[in-house]
Design a protein around this ligand. Structure first.
Ligand SMILES: [Zn+2]
Length: 187
């Protein structure tokens, strides 16, 4: 397991970031390299890396459509789209907690103990990955999925796949191979 974490600095918008701004910390949050203060989201990032050694990247975002579901308190944990079941898995809807507090950090870490995607009420999304590319692709897929569910809702509501089919999709041998390949490509 790696002992160093790269994280965005506090106070910078993502659009203004360059590699020089990135802060390197250890798993206790001590700054090892970088001129800026680490993000106020650092505590829960470190908790996830501590608890889930297979996780090597975390993407937290405020995407407009999945964020709309989050603000409406409408779950995206809907077993309807094969690609999401295979690549993202379950998407719990986390209760609201005040950002930057320790209660918030603990709630996120607890909510993500066995899932790679999270919808946070009144806030946004978090996805995890074996590398940055995978975590980023999961955020993009989640946002596309929110659009798809919105359209399906207009057309009478998404049709759920039965639990045994969702389980089958999550454990497909062919898909395990594809996921492993994707993890290795972007390592
Ligand atoms: Zn946020």
């Amino acid at each position: 397991m790696g002992k160093e974490v790269l994280i965005k600095p506090s106070g910078f918008s993502l659009a203004d970031l360059s590699p020089d701004h990135v802060v390197k910390v250890d798993l206790k949050g001590t700054v090892l390299e970088g001129e800026y203060k680490p993000s106020t989201d650092m505590p829960w990032h470190l908790m996830i890396y501590e608890r889930r050694p297979e996780v090597k990247a975390i993407v937290h975002a405020h995407p407009p459509v999945s964020g709309g579901f989050a603000c409406a308190g409408v779950s995206l944990d809907v077993p309807t789209f094969t690609e999401v079941i295979i690549q993202v898995g379950r998407i719990p809807l986390m209760e609201y907690a005040t950002p930057t507090t320790m209660d918030y950090a603990m709630l996120i870490a607890d909510s993500m103990k066995d899932t790679d995607a999270l919808l946070m009420k009144n806030h946004g999304t978090i996805t995890l990955g074996a590398n940055l590319e995978q975590a980023f692709q999961r955020t993009e897929l989640l946002e596309d999925f929110a659009k798809l569910v919105l359209v399906a809702t207009v057309l009478g509501g998404p049709k759920h796949l039965p639990p045994e089919e969702a389980y089958k999709l999550r454990t497909l041998e062919s898909e395990k191979w594809r996921m492993k390949l994707a993890e290795e490509l972007y390592r």
